[in-house]
Design a protein around this ligand. Structure first.
Ligand SMILES: [Zn+2]
Length: 435
């Protein structure tokens, strides 16, 4: 056994912080003790947390790790390194890989590759075979392998009846650990969004690019809220991007419909005006929207309408992103910059940030027993130690991701992850990954 000591930091607790030293047992991966600062403690390794807060590790509900199939853009290993550097101790891997994560064989491959990762890799699986929107995936078999989230992310399930059947099927399934199964939806009505490459509005008209109206997202948000009401089954709405979507989710929650939602940093930091450069680094689905939409997302995050921040981390090789705007693939990096952007851009108390980055997504991902806090003796040591005051400048070529397609190049942000511990093991020390 070895003992890791985290000293000099402020430990985050609901409603406050306290100065204390954490003693971590790397064999059990748990917090062995929390003692007063200055107490004599013996450790094999001491991590300096002075000037930092110690938070429960972050959980990302939405990462594209590109393995299997596009390991030139990212692998589970490189994606997990980016995650750990961003303060994440668990990441839900999206299923739009090649082949698609719709079978026991591919889920098994991802689980195996995740065993040596620098954070927990929780596979999601497709709702339909090959994400074709036609035939349901073998959900029961995949639940038995640990899958808790199903999504055809990249596209939404277009067929109303099939989505209803998927929800009813999922509600009939039990998990061995009592965690819930969630169907997550990329809300986009293809018939309205195609062939749009950016938000439909004043900027798309000016730039001569085909647009996707806000209604393409909102119609599916509306339908899925209706189906959640009809079936009583949870629907999680991914990467909300419009004011109308936020308003519908707020009303649905008030009415007791079992719906949850996430939003990405790019949808609360950037608008469609960024597309004026024709730089494909700003191309993403759902697209960057208007100032009013960004404001609504921020209010939704503040008042709890939107439960979690999710990155939609979407690495692409330079070759693919260097195509013209209308041909380049959509997507942006997110794991290493998400928390700093939220801290810098959202005027929210740390308690709320911890909910959005850690406790809420841990619960939604079915990881609440291991991630999401609270930080207590006996609980798993999945922790991130953050200097909330340190500023740094985002540079794509200095990120650990294999790709460099960040839309925040050159932006100075506040909040730097100093250490990350995954199951008690320091995986980031002094802002550097240990492997
Ligand atoms: Zn999506």
């Amino acid at each position: 056994m070895s003992v890791v000591v985290i000293s000099g930091g402020q430990i985050h607790e609901a409603g406050g912080q306290r100065s204390a030293t954490l003693i971590i047992n790397t064999e059990t991966g748990t917090v062995d003790d929390i003692v007063a600062d200055g107490a004599a403690v013996q450790g094999d390794q001491t991590l300096d947390a002075s000037g930092c807060v110690v938070l429960p590790g972050f959980v990302d509900l939405h990462s594209h790790l590109r393995q299997p199939g596009n390991e030139a853009a990212e692998t589970i290993e490189t994606g997990s390194r980016a995650a750990a550097l961003g303060g994440y101790t668990a990441v839900v891997a999206m299923p739009n890989t090649t082949p698609c994560m719709d079978s026991a064989a591919v889920i098994g491959e991802v689980v195996n590759a995740g065993r040596t990762a620098l954070c927990e890799i929780k596979p999601s699986a497709a709702i339909t075979m090959g994400r074709d929107g036609e035939t349901l995936a073998p959900m029961a078999e995949l639940v038995d392998l640990g899958v808790r989230m199903f999504t055809d992310d990249g596209t939404g399930v277009q067929d109303d009846q099939l989505m209803r059947r998927a929800l009813e099927y999922a509600s009939s399934l039990a998990t061995d650990d009592g965690t819930q199964i969630i169907l997550s939806q990329h809300c986009e009505v293809d018939a309205l969004s195609h062939p749009g490459v950016m938000h439909e509005g004043a900027w798309s008209a000016k730039l001569g690019l085909a647009g996707q109206p806000a209604e393409a997202e909102e119609l599916m948000v509306m339908r899925d809220i209706a189906l959640a009401r009809l079936t009583g089954m949870n629907v999680h709405l991914q990467h909300l991007s419009t004011a109308g979507s936020v308003e519908m989710v707020r009303a649905a929650k008030a009415a007791g419909v079992p719906v949850t939602a996430e939003a990405t940093p790019h949808h609360f930091c950037l608008t469609d005006a960024a597309c004026a450069s024709y730089d494909p680094v700003f191309k993403v689905h759902p697209p960057l929207r208007t100032d009013a939409d960004v404001a609504a997302i921020r209010v939704g995050l503040a008042d709890g309408t939107i439960d979690a921040v999710a990155t939609d981390h979407a690495p692409h090789t330079p070759d693919s992103k260097e195509q013209p705007f209308d041909q380049a693939p959509p997507g942006m990096l997110g794991l290493e910059t998400a928390f700093a952007l939220a801290l810098t851009e959202l005027d929210l108390p740390l308690d709320r940030l911890v909910e959005m980055f850690s406790s809420a997504p841990a619960r939604l991902a079915g990881l609440g027993a291991r991630h999401g806090g609270p930080i207590e003796v006996g609980r798993p040591a999945n922790l991130t130690v953050v200097d909330l005051e340190q500023t740094w400048t985002i540079a794509g070529d200095r990120l650990a991701s294999l790709a460099s397609n960040t839309p925040f190049e050159g932006r100075t942000v506040r909040g730097k992850v100093r250490h990350t511990l995954f199951n008690g093991e320091p995986v980031v020390v002094d802002a550097k990954a240990v492997r």
